[in-house]
Design a protein around this ligand. Structure first.
Ligand SMILES: Cc1cc2nc3c(=O)[nH]c(=O)nc-3n(C[C@H](O)[C@H](O)[C@H](O)COP(=O)(O)OP(=O)(O)OC[C@H]3O[C@@H](n4cnc5c(N)ncnc54)[C@H](O)[C@@H]3O)c2cc1C
Length: 189
């Protein structure tokens, strides 16, 4: 089996490497020292069309083989581990929506996640539930047409810059982990 990259993948790798080395890496040390972040890195990657590889065309994406995502994460992470994590969790939100959401939710979020207008993140971990994600205790309680979400999430990568999250709450605790449901929520500002 041939594991070498195709010419298109090599060209993409070179572009990401050039952007990461020239634009991200020189600023990252100072950002780390200040415990700060730059939302502009994600926005720029949205402008380049690098945030849409898992989004169907009808929702503004360009479905690409998962290797393109791997190349992107690898090259960006070499320059900035935190921006690599931002990318990873952004893709976790769009992937979950692209695969499981209703068309209404897809239309609402995917085009904006594809361009980077919205930056995504992922929240499942709780202080007492890490590897054992089924042990989460956060609850979602029905209130008319809405749900009231109550609980505590921790280690949410990119929470400082995210506009929308996929996050997990239990809607039927009497069913144990089988009551766990994913919600897409927007940052309230
Ligand atoms: C950099 C970083 C970014 C993260 N980003 C996110 C994020 O964006 N969103 C999010 O929801 N979560 C995030 N997490 C949390 C992550 O997904 C894990 O859930 C978490 O790190 C593991 O939980 P814990 O740290 O509480 O360790 P624990 O689950 O308490 O594990 C502690 C140790 O016990 C071991 N262990 C656990 N269970 C078993 C077992 N059954 N048998 C044997 N050994 C076991 C583990 O391997 C580990 O060595 C992030 C974590 C890191 C480090």
């Amino acid at each position: 089996m041939d594991f070498s990259l195709t010419p298109e993948q090599i060209e993409f790798q070179e572009k990401v490497r050039e952007y990461s080395e020239k634009e991200i890496a020189p600023k990252q040390k100072e950002l780390d020292e200040k415990n700060d972040f730059d939302k502009g890195f994600m926005k720029k990657m949205g402008d380049f069309g690098w945030l849409n590889f898992n989004i169907p065309e009808k929702f503004g994406g360009t479905i690409k083989e998962s290797l393109f995502g791997s190349i992107l994460f690898e090259e960006v992470s070499k320059a900035s581990a935190s921006t690599g994590a931002n990318l990873d969790v952004h893709y976790l939100l769009s992937e979950a929506l692209a695969v499981y959401a209703t068309d209404e939710l897809k239309e609402k979020y995917l085009p904006r996640l594809a361009t980077g207008e919205l930056i995504g993140a992922f929240g499942i971990t709780e202080p007492h539930a890490g590897s054992d994600a089924a042990a989460i205790k956060a609850l979602a309680v029905r209130d008319g047409d809405d749900y009231i979400l109550n609980g505590e999430k921790s280690i949410v990568a990119g929470a400082c810059l995210a506009d929308a999250y996929i996050t997990f709450f239990n809607v039927a605790p009497e069913k144990g982990y089988k009551g766990i449901t994913a919600f897409c929520v927007e940052e309230s500002g």
